[in-house]
Design a protein around this ligand. Structure first.
Ligand code: SF4
Length: 64
């Protein structure tokens, strides 16, 4: 699965990293990927922790 970040929608709540450490934050708290500065990244379909993070982002700043 591919996950896209939409930084303009991120409210820096910090929730996504509590589900999956593929997410990290810029100094201002806005989401980024831990491994890259790209806005899209591919993860295994069975990475349920990352899937849960996407589903639970309150502002839909994470998209499949
Ligand atoms: S859960 Fe959503 S709004 Fe909260 S930090 Fe992560 S991407 Fe941003």
């Amino acid at each position: 699965m591919k996950v896209s970040l939409i930084p303009e929608k991120c409210i820096a709540c910090g929730l996504c990293q509590t589900y999956s450490n593929v997410f990290d934050y810029h100094d201002n708290g806005i989401v980024k990927f831990t491994e890259s500065d790209n806005l899209i990244a591919e993860f295994r379909d069975d990475d349920l922790a990352t899937l849960e993070a996407v589903k639970n982002c309150p502002t839909k700043a994470l998209m499949l």
